[in-house]
Design a protein around this ligand. Structure first.
Ligand code: DGT
Ligand code: CA
Ligand code: CA
Length: 582
């Protein structure tokens, strides 16, 4: 039986919910299942494939016990323990959990009130029946929005997962002697945050043979379409792959066509017609029945049209064609220009009901930052919970942690280690840590970690009041979206951007795979106001520090240049911005 990552994620979430509903197990056991579910969801490999290769230990956050259960699941298709735990809980409860904003308790409560399905829930909210049964009208309205959000979900996959899968396909194609060259194209090459299907090109003098070879790729379950130079197949993971094969002479035109976007291509075709060229995936021709004009590379293709080559990330017909014609394309920021990462969570102990620590020590993080060739690295743990610690306890904790970071600073030569925190922006716009404690830090990141569904006015107010705080340097993941899970919060972004620029506050481009936040379109909007950014990985384990490139992709899609991104700056300028004295 094939169990995809998304199915496995749901299985693990259901177990956590069942524990909660029945009140069995403790908070740590429940969290273990939730963490395992998150980890599977973000895994870039199919977990079942890893299991088959005896590599389950490479998936973070899977404890011994859960690994045993997965063993049972992949071997037999079921887990006795899970079935026992879920016994007696109606099926509808697990369906309701798919609605954003519905937790285990609410789901059970709705089932107790006689809700039979999601459709039924919608009906009962609309008719007012649910509220008559004493269910809160306000929560009911939120659920309605949640259902709408759920139904608009597209089943698109996250870019890092798509990238990892595409690498395997490209490696497979490269093994064919008939393949001269091959690339992942489409939304993947444009580095869109989520990807529908994976597109590949191949250059070959024997297209039919390459198509044949492609249709035999390991893991294929269905060949949807097969022609002399193209094919579409579906893998057992549910992933769809498209292949287009072309001759080397026109390979540039093929690359260009299949990279897209569709909007970019359509505009380009109109523009080419004015120049009496006709464009297609097969190549470029003069309009009046001319022969194919050689376009071996993309650069040749665009040059033929009298324009520079826009980076794939900005081919969305949002002004790049005009800029390319005028030779005024931006010089987009590049991964190799990144000199540090400031949003990193270590395993430094905290007591917090809402945040967990990272997996690795500060020393391990510093070591990894050195390997990445960085000049500076900042540790930004969550502080202890403001509800569970008194003001004095929090200040003491910050002082103690500062001492231990200082000792690491003293013992570290080749890289600068900075002392930061990621504090919560509370409902009223205040921070979860008192200013006296923030004053000790090198920098402070503030982020919203609760009440994301607040009104536009509330969210704007919360963010604006933080932009006033002299100790805050960075707003983390500003829109708080979680891809495929939670929409961006609503806020008056123009007002926020204006304020951020004026008060010299950085907005974060968070590179975590399911965040990619600030979004690319908002990055571009913010740049018009002169906002500066920092790209951070928000890593909770050192290998996640490798996600930086996905944050850089967001910046590029937002037309950002190195001058707009403070962590591409040299240390002197960077330290000046943060007012760090040395
Ligand atoms: P996706 O798969 O939804 O993430 O987005 P894309 O951009 O990868 O779209 P896809 O896979 O449908 O097509 C790949 C590329 O092929 C697309 O970026 C541009 C090109 N293409 C597809 N359909 C059309 C079309 O109707 N006209 C033109 N000019 N190009 C197209
Ligand atoms: Ca595609
Ligand atoms: Ca496609």
């Amino acid at each position: 039986m094939e169990i995809s990552n998304s199915k496995l994620t749901k299985i693990l979430r259901n177990v956590a919910a069942a524990y909660t509903i029945k009140g069995i197990g403790n908070i740590f056991q429940i969290r273990a299942y939730e963490n395992a579910a998150d980890s599977v969801e973000r895994s870039t490999s199919e977990v079942q494939d890893l299991w088959e290769e005896d590599r389950l230990d490479e998936v973070p956050a899977l404890g011994e016990k859960i690994r045993q259960y997965l063993d049972e699941l992949f071997k037999t298709g079921r887990v006795k323990h899970f079935e026992e735990v879920e016994k007696g809980i109606p099926e509808v409860v697990f369906d309701l959990l798919n609605v954003p904003g519905v937790g285990p308790k609410t789901a059970q409560n709705l089932a107790n009130l006689g809700v039979e399905s999601i459709e039924d829930l919608q009906k009962q909210i609309k008719s007012g029946e649910l509220v008559k049964k004493d269910f809160s009208g306000k929560i009911a309205q939120n659920l309605m929005a949640g259902i709408r959000e759920m139904k608009s979900r597209t089943g698109r996959i996250l870019l890092p997962y798509a990238t990892a899968q595409a690498t395997k396909v490209v490696n497979y194609l490269k093994r064919s002697p008939e393949v001269i060259d091959t690339y992942p194209l489409g939304s993947l090459r444009r580095m869109v945050a989520t990807v529908g299907d994976l597109d590949f090109s191949a250059s070959s003098n024997h297209p039919a043979k390459v198509v044949e070879y492609f249709c035999q790729i390991p893991g294929v379950t269905r060949v949807i379409d097969k022609g002399p130079n193209k094919a579409t197949v579906v893998l057992k993971s549910g992933l769809q792959l498209d292949l287009l094969v072309g001759k080397p002479d026109s390979y540039g035109a093929l690359l260009q066509h299949f990279t897209g976007s569709k909007a970019h291509n359509i505009r380009l075709r109109t523009y080419a017609q004015e120049k009496v060229y006709s464009l297609s995936e097969y190549g470029v021709k003069r309009m009046e029945g001319g022969n194919l004009i050689k376009t071996e590379t993309e650069d040749e293709f665009y040059k033929l049209l009298g324009m520079d080559t826009p980076a794939p990330e900005i081919r969305e017909d949002t002004g790049e064609i005009e800029a390319a014609i005028a030779h005024k394309l931006p010089k987009l920021v590049e991964s190799k220009e990144i000199k540090g990462d400031l949003h990193l969570h270590s395993n430094y102990p905290i007591r917090s009901p809402s945040h967990g620590p990272g997996a690795d020590s500060i020393e391990e993080i510093v070591k990894k930052a050195k390997q990445l060739g960085y000049q500076f690295v900042g540790i930004s743990d969550h502080p202890p919970g403001f509800t569970t610690s008194s003001k004095d306890e929090t200040i003491n904790w910050v002082q103690k942690r500062t001492k231990s970071i200082q000792s690491i600073k003293r013992n570290t030569k080749s890289i600068r280690v900075l002392n930061g925190l990621e504090v919560d922006i509370l409902g009223n716009g205040e921070l979860s840590v008192p200013d006296e404690a923030l004053a000790i830090l090198d920098y402070c990141i503030a982020g919203i970690h609760s009440g994301h569904r607040g009104s536009k006015e509330t969210i704007t107010k919360r963010l604006m009041s933080v932009l006033e705080n002299p100790y805050v340097d960075i707003i983390s993941h500003p829109t708080n979206r979680l891809l495929n899970e939670r929409d961006s919060s609503d806020a008056d972004w123009d007002q926020i951007f204006k304020y951020a620029a004026r008060n010299k506050k950085l907005l974060e481009i968070n590179a975590f795979p399911n965040r990619l936040d600030l979004r690319d379109d908002l990055v571009r909007q913010a740049l018009k106001f002169g906002v500066k950014f920092i790209i951070n990985t928000d890593a909770h384990m050192v290998n996640q520090m490798d996600n930086m490139l996905f944050g850089v992709a967001v910046a590029r899609r937002g037309w950002a240049e190195a001058k707009d991104i403070v962590n591409t700056w040299d240390w002197t300028d960077f330290a000046k911005w943060f007012k760090i004295k040395e």
